[in-house]
Design a protein around this ligand. Structure first.
Ligand code: AMP
Length: 417
């Protein structure tokens, strides 16, 4: 049975908490962005306040073996500072029995990187490149077998399990999903996960209408499943950024050197047809700010999106497109934004994306629910200073994308089952 952090009695209990402390480090192992650590603090602090102790577990990077470069020992001082208590460190996540047993209420222990063990991901490591199918199968079976013991050991340290790692909720890993079965009556989401799940539900399950999705970014191929799922759910679908040119070309437009994927033109047409059948309003760009090279200082000119000259490429949304989109956004009650509508990394082509951020901020101020999620649009709103002017900014790139695709995330299902 699923529990809730606010109502669960943590008094005298040890909680094993999966967080996402996969933070970027510089060459001297200084944390360059501690957002993920800070976002987990409300959950950890709450458990300590309620008389519990926390055993914190996370991955860092993608080590394929024990590798000091990816040690969580680099962040333990900063975690202590954020949490306000000295955090102890267990140098091997599978040998923390004594340290876990000795923890008293109000104390915290951080386990070493879970991915030092292949069992966390449940994928075999060190297979020879020319391994036969049979060898691969046997290695997979072996790691799945030893994964059970790995997970059981982690579970043995604690009385309850809290998952607050939305960034890995789309992975069926030991610490994100499998461990939950050891806590049938003592498993729950942390506040960050609760917030993410509520945000997804606000858009996909309980949306106030009209519901609008703005999907941008570079390629149709990376968001095909997103587009296919959303076209059956939204009232308005705004398609911008690099992916828009595949749609325009499929409709017979001349797009010059703009980014496009010929093999996805049939999918683009199918999405437009489905939208028509379902009465969904699709809004593509009408004109586009073009450049002659993928460079900030390249000459700029606006062209009709159906008639871009051969030696120009579309790099940002034009004022005419943005005006259309602003009207749609301001008339909506729920808005989901995923993907920039131009090459926002180049300041001369960031205006469109900045305008969308402003439109979302205005819609939010008017009472709309706005969710920014999945990858580069999050970086855009954060860099542009709009993160606190929208209703919710997701912390999970891949996880949010999969949620918007309509998939059930293993990390969520393991708690809700
Ligand atoms: P995604 O990760 O799919 O959300 O894509 C984000 C990337 O799309 C960013 O790096 C943008 O620079 C890029 N992008 C957006 N619009 C365009 C465009 N018109 N041409 C090329 N790349 C674009």
């Amino acid at each position: 049975m699923q529990q809730f952090i606010d109502s669960y009695d943590f008094t005298g209990k040890k909680a094993i908490v999966r967080v996402d402390f996969n933070v970027p480090l510089d060459e001297n192992f200084n944390i360059t962005d501690d957002t993920r650590i800070r976002r987990a603090m409300p959950t950890l602090k709450k458990i300590l306040e309620k008389g519990g102790a926390v055993i914190i577990m996370s991955h860092l990077g993608r080590p394929k073996k024990v590798d000091p470069k990816f040690s969580l020992s680099h962040i333990v001082d900063h975690v202590s500072e954020c949490l306000g208590v000295p955090v102890q460190f267990a140098a091997d996540c599978q040998k923390a029995d004594e340290q876990a047993a000795a923890l008293k209420p109000g104390e915290a222990l951080l386990l070493e990187n879970l991915r030092f063990y292949a069992e966390e991901e449940g994928k075999p490591r060190g297979l020879a490149e020319d391994a036969s199918e049979e060898e691969k199968k046997a290695a997979k079976k072996a790691v799945k077998e030893s994964q059970k013991a790995f997970v059981k050991k982690l579970a043995s340290y604690a009385d309850c399990y809290v998952n607050d790692a939305f960034g890995t909720a789309h992975r069926a890993h030991g610490s994100t999903a499998l461990i939950a079965e050891y806590f049938p009556n003592d498993k729950m989401f942390g506040y960050l996960m609760e917030g993410e799940i509520k945000a997804i539900d606000n858009v996909l399950k309980n949306a106030q209408r009209p519901l609008t999705a703005i999907i941008g970014g570079s390629k149709v191929s990376s968001k095909l499943a997103v587009l296919k799922n959303l076209v059956g759910k939204v009232d308005n679908l705004i398609i911008g950024g690099g992916m828009g040119y595949t749609f325009i070309k499929a409709l017979g437009g001349h797009i010059g050197m703009s980014l496009h994927e010929d093999d996805l033109m049939p999918d683009a047409l199918e999405i437009l047809n489905t939208a028509k059948e379902k009465g969904v309003n699709v809004s593509l760009s009408v004109a586009t700010v073009c450049g002659q090279a993928f460079d900030n200082d390249t000459p700029r000119q606006i062209f009709d999106i159906y008639n871009i000259p051969d030696d120009w490429e579309g790099m940002d949304a034009s004022p005419a497109s943005l005006e259309n989109w602003r009207k749609i956004i301001l008339a909506s009650k729920t808005i989901l934004w995923n993907g920039p509508v131009g090459v926002f990394e180049l300041p001369n082509f960031a205006k469109g994306t900045l305008q969308i951020a402003q439109d979302l901020a205005d819609a939010t101020a008017q009472g709309a629910y706005t969710l920014v999620g999945g990858g580069d649009s999050v970086a855009a709103v954060t860099q542009m200073g709009y993160a606190d002017k929208v209703s919710y900014v997701s912390t999970g790139g891949g996880a949010m994308l999969e949620a918007i695709e309509g998939k059930v995330l293993p990390g969520i299902a393991a708690i809700q089952d």
